[in-house]
Write a protein that binds this ligand. Sequence first.
Ligand SMILES: Nc1nc(=O)c2c([nH]1)NC[C@@H]1CN(c3ccc(C(=O)N[C@@H](CCC(=O)O)C(=O)O)cc3)C=[N+]21
Length: 285
Amino acid sequence: MTAEVIYGNVLAESMRNEMKEEVDKLKENGIVPGLTVILIGSDPASQSYVKGKQKASDKVGIHSDLIELPSDTTEQALLDLIHQLNNDEKVHGILVQLPLPKHIREQVVIETIDPSKDVDGFHPINIGRMIAGKDTFFPCTPYGIIQMLKSKNIEIEGKNAVVVGRSNIVGKPVGQLLLNENATVTYCHSRTKNMQAYTKSADILIVAVGRAHFLSGDDIKEGSVVIDVGVNRLETGKLTGDVDFESAKEKAAYITPVPKGVGPMTITMLLHNTIKSAKKYYNFS
Ligand SMILES: Nc1nc(=O)c2c([nH]1)NC[C@@H]1CN(c3ccc(C(=O)N[C@@H](CCC(=O)O)C(=O)O)cc3)C=[N+]21
């Protein structure tokens, strides 16, 4: 079997066009959705992601501000800034780019963001709501993955979904969203024994470990759906996934590429969450 490639950039483009129309309607009613991104330090990868977010926001008409702070910014200064943004009525979404410098406690920062402005969906209140199956801000990468599956009418209910990786921002929440869609979910991680037995049984395989070509065609089931969340920068400067695309493509029914796969959908769902937040703030339906 040769897989159909699910291009996240194509789906992202069409969703952003729809969002632009929605934002235009909001603007006619005097509402301008606002996103503030805080970037600490000068990591080139982070700077490049943040630029992508700015560009995408501009395209759909979301007002976006970037606050760049030096890597020696104190935790207290960051918390003060977050409090100020929590109280700023023009700001509907706050995103603190991760990872943070080691002297700043990530969890304290996340829990300081007002849950109603937590467009990353990382605040415990929003995680709790997600686990309870309630509507809330869902983490952007997992939410984007669900959109990609739905765009191809891929059935989730009753399917064996295997998630490789258990990070708080991708692995854990994507498993939860798949469970909410009635999949049977298994998590694999660095301590899993005989991981291949699990990956080869997966109807839907989500790979989010952050290691280039961690899995290949030998590790997957014929006719499965393979979602590659890896963002690995090779020495050549090229971006590659956690899955060896060429070999996996020969066995899967659907597969996502890197780049042009999950990444563009992550940004799209950030825009979606920001618009949702602005609408909620103004009670706009
Ligand atoms: N608070 C927070 N929220 C995040 O959502 C967050 C974060 N911190 N820290 C870093 C990760 C990473 N991330 C990506 C988003 C888009 C692409 C993306 O669009 N990639 C393009 C290629 C970009 C390129 O070529 O460099 C693609 O896959 O086609 C990648 C990675 C969001 N993150």
